[in-house]
Design a protein around this ligand. Sequence first.
Ligand SMILES: [Zn+2]
Length: 58
Amino acid sequence: MKTTIRKCKDCSLYTLSVNCPRCGKETIMAIPPRFAPRDKFMKYRLMTEMEKNGKNPD
Ligand SMILES: [Zn+2]
């Protein structure tokens, strides 16, 4: 699976396109390549993020 989720820095819009469908600017990869599944710390990072998101909807 080569498709990568990308994100516009300006709109915070998630897209599969290289350019933002809203403003036309170049998007960045939403998930940095270094967050590989073999990263044993990733699950802790995710848990922390989920916990944060749960407590702070903002
Ligand atoms: Zn945009």
